[in-house]
Design a protein. Sequence first.
Length: 93
Amino acid sequence: MSKVGKSLAEILKNKRDGTKYVNHEFQIYGHWLATQLDAPKNQISLYIKLAKEEERATLQTAIEFVKSVNNPINKSKLFMWKLKELRKNKNGK
């Protein structure tokens, strides 16, 4: 997993008022996923849940796929589709 500016541990140490309710690393990662996908605020909890329950490698593969697509219409739908395909391939093996 590539670093996104600061490490997640540094972000947790230097919490500000905007992140005062963030207590775990998976919450930061879920929020980061939502911002990368331009997801609306009401979907942030979905990405936090995915960050908590899914393997990071799977999520990272899906987000890299979305970033590689040129001008996607809906990044969130494309991400969820790729995640579904990765789960299907993992369970099929």
